[in-house]
Ligand binder design. Structure first.
Ligand code: NDP
Length: 316
């Protein structure tokens, strides 16, 4: 196992992680950032971001994260690929994080910005057909279903955005909504409702994804009537929300009932001194790129102040 000491360690490369890296590097804290499994985070699998201030015409999510990354690199942040596989925060003066099971980092402060990951329905057929017809990213995989019929499950902004995206590529999009209304914002709903090749199946759930080697259909059940309908489709997209990436912090940092990290209100401070949390990993309410970036800034400032106070105490 290789070993290294760092001042500020940042875990995660979404808007929160990169913003923390921008601020920490500009404060001469020499931050080291590990990307996690999905470099650039969730925005790299979204389409256009239209609500981030400063981009009046919108910006492609992937491009936005390249811009964030370049900005962090410009100020000297050490940006690396790698995944935190274990942590030991029992000594707040030597916060231990293992990267890829083979590199040990002792950090003076840690900023956790590991974000959240797509949720799945939990059907065995969903796992069976993952990468052969089942996907949680329409923007990544929609291209493979050009002129075909597809299903998308979910009724939030993501599902609406992805349904609209798929409708431009595919022949027909069936949107499976488990209630008689959608959670998505009105403007996103309107877009979906006004798209002729999107058919919404209300009060409906998926019983099974059908096929032999790849997806050939989906059995959809109306929850109210119990009636089932087999749809002939080639692609099955899941857009039902996310789960925070906090498994390695279980039993180490306090979390809410859904696994989101708890921070002291109005700050990024966790219960452990020197450990801060930013972005979706601690926010199940707002979950926006702009709020994640804002909280990444807060975490870097909190870390800077924590380190400065610690240094003063050590000098006395
Ligand atoms: P949400 O949590 O908002 O929505 C999840 C949707 O999936 C809900 O409609 C939910 O149904 C449904 N769902 C959950 N579990 C199941 C299940 N097992 N079976 C069927 N349906 C299920 O997640 P999103 O990813 O859509 O959005 C997350 C956040 O990101 C939101 O704050 C959203 O506003 C934001 N966002 C903004 C965008 C933009 O502005 N461009 C684009 C994308 C996301 P139910 O409603 O019944 O609970």
């Amino acid at each position: 196992m290789t070993k290294e000491n760092v001042k500020v360690l940042i875990l995660g490369s979404g808007p929160a992680g990169y913003t923390a890296a921008i601020y920490a590097s500009r404060a001469n804290l020499n931050p080291v950032l590990y990307s996690g499994p999905q470099m650039g985070g969730q925005l790299t699998i979204t389409n256009d971001v239209e609500n981030y201030p400063g981009y009046p015409k919108g910006i492609n999510g992937q491009q936005m994260m390249v811009d964030f990354q370049e900005q962090a690199a410009r100020f000297g942040a050490d940006l690396r690929s790698g995944i935190a596989t274990k942590v030991d925060f029992s000594n707040s003066n030597a916060l231990k994080v293992i990267i890829d099971e083979n590199h040990e980092i002792i950090a003076e402060s840690v900023i956790i910005a590991t974000g959240a990951s797509a949720k799945w329905l939990g059907l065995p057929s969903e796992q069976k057909f993952l990468y052969s017809g089942v996907s949680a990213c329409a923007v990544c995989d929609g291209f493979f279903y050009r002129s075909k019929d597809v299903v998308i499950v979910g009724a939030g902004d993501t599902a609406c955005e992805e349904a609209s995206y798929l409708a431009k590529l595919c022949n027909k999009v069936y949107m499976i909504v488990r209630r008689d209304e959608m959670r998505a914002s009105k403007i996103m709903q309107k877009r979906v409702l006004n798209t002729p090749n999107i058919e919404i199946l209300w009060n409906s759930e998926t019983d099974e994804i059908l096929g032999t080697d790849s997806v050939e259909g989906a059995r959809i059940r109306n929850i109210q009537t119990g009636a089932t309908r087999d749809l002939a489709i080639s692609g099955f997209f899941v857009a039902i929300g996310h789960k925070p990436n906090t498994d390695i912090f279980a039993g180490i940092l306090p979390m809410d009932e859904n696994g989101y990290l708890k921070v002291l209100a109005g700050t990024s401070k966790t219960e452990i001194e020197g450990v801060f949390a930013a972005g979706d990993v601690q926010d199940h309410v707002y979950r926006q790129a702009v709020t994640a970036a804002g909280s990444g800034c807060m975490a870097a400032l909190d870390a800077e102040r924590y380190l400065a106070a610690k240094e003063m105490v050590e000098q006395e």
